[in-house]
Design a protein around this ligand. Structure first.
Ligand code: GAL
Length: 338
């Protein structure tokens, strides 16, 4: 009996040592993530993938505790969230800014708190001494070894949109009057993505030697309902004159598609429709000929890059200041080849 008792005690001792040791060995990193707005279609895919990918990187000894916050498209709200992240002692912050014009203030606070920062999706714009934006890297990112930006160059996505129209047999000139008459539905004009896609989709056409006519250019703030409303208004006003509908993203293109159908028009026959993001629904529509084309905005590549670089920062490794993920043209030829 004594023997059994001492054996049990010895076993308990060994087990307790083992448990204490393993608990000590587990490192849990606190990650604060704030997304500019949860209702955004594309950023929903992106944020879900951030969480899912962090999970795949967990081991027996490394865990990630993620606190995700909805910026509700309100910079004051997001600033509060950042302050809470600092107070809660986050080990790293991943931030999709509501307003890139607030980047300096936010970066300063986070850097002062000694927390590394990964900015995603909304690239802060560099500006000159007069406050005008310039096409250069952002000093607040370049000057800080623990701050970086992960994104995609929106010039590429805009160019692909224009090229998909140029590649059509009639080059988007359905009525044969020698010019491509289009409407543009823009995302939030403060975002470089909206600015570049608007500019470079058209530049691709004019660079290729085509004449263009802008019938209407309105701001839909990346939003599906707004896209539908703006497209319906334009169709009511300009009717058959509209040959191409350019939308800065797929959310608004989905709305535009509803308006196009309601107006009795048919994509691929008497009108063309372009978006960006390659949401699953839109890829299906391209396949079915219900959308002329979209551009893959690689949320998997971007979220994984953002998480990988966050992990590097947690490990104290050196990082680059900028990470770029490529866009991919998604037209009928592309989906048929998949
Ligand atoms: C873009 C994306 C849009 C929207 C926007 C938010 O890259 O194409 O759908 O998510 O980011 O800033």
């Amino acid at each position: 009996m004594k023997k059994i008792l001492s054996l049990v005690l010895a076993l308990a001792l060994v087990l307790s040592c083992f448990c204490v040791a393993s608990a000590d060995d587990v490192k849990t990193y606190k990650v604060g993530v704030s997304i500019y707005q949860y209702t955004d279609n594309f950023m929903t895919l992106y944020r879900n993938e951030i969480e899912a990918y962090f999970k795949t990187l967990e081991t027996d000894t490394v865990k990630y505790e993620i606190t995700m916050a909805d910026g509700k498209n309100d910079m004051a709200e997001q600033t509060n969230q950042v302050q809470n992240f600092i107070t809660q002692g986050m080990d790293v912050i991943i931030l999709n800014l509501v307003q890139t014009s607030s980047a300096d203030a936010v970066i300063d606070q986070i850097v002062a708190a000694g927390i590394p920062l990964v900015l995603i999706n909304r690239e802060p714009l560099a500006y000159d001494a007069d406050g005008n934006t310039i096409d250069e890297a952002y000093e607040g990112i370049l000057d800080n070894a623990t701050v970086c930006y992960v994104g995609a160059d929106a010039r590429q996505s805009g160019t692909y949109q224009g090229q998909m129209v140029a590649d059509l047999d009639n080059h988007g000139d359905i009525n044969g009057d020698g010019k491509i008459s289009y409407i543009m539905i823009e995302g939030d004009p403060e975002n470089i993505d909206a600015q570049y896609r608007t500019e470079f989709s058209i530049k691709a056409l004019t660079d290729a030697g085509y004449e263009v006519e802008c019938l209407d250019d309105q701001v839909g703030n990346w939003d599906q309902t707004k896209g539908q409303e703006l497209c319906a208004n334009a169709l009511a006003k300009y009717g058959d004159k509209i040959e191409v509908v350019f939308c800065n993203n797929d959310g608004m293109a989905l709305g535009a598609a509803t308006a196009i159908t309601a107006a009795g028009r048919t994509v691929g026959e008497d009108i063309y429709l372009l978006g960006v993001d390659a949401l699953d629904e839109c890829v299906e529509m391209v396949k079915a000929g219900e959308m002329t084309g979209t551009v893959l905005n690689d949320h998997i590549g971007q979220s994984h890059t953002a998480v990988d670089v966050a992990v590097k920062l947690l490990n104290g490794e050196a990082i680059d200041n900028y990470y770029w993920v490529n866009y991919v043209m998604v037209n009928k030829a592309y989906v048929d080849a998949q």
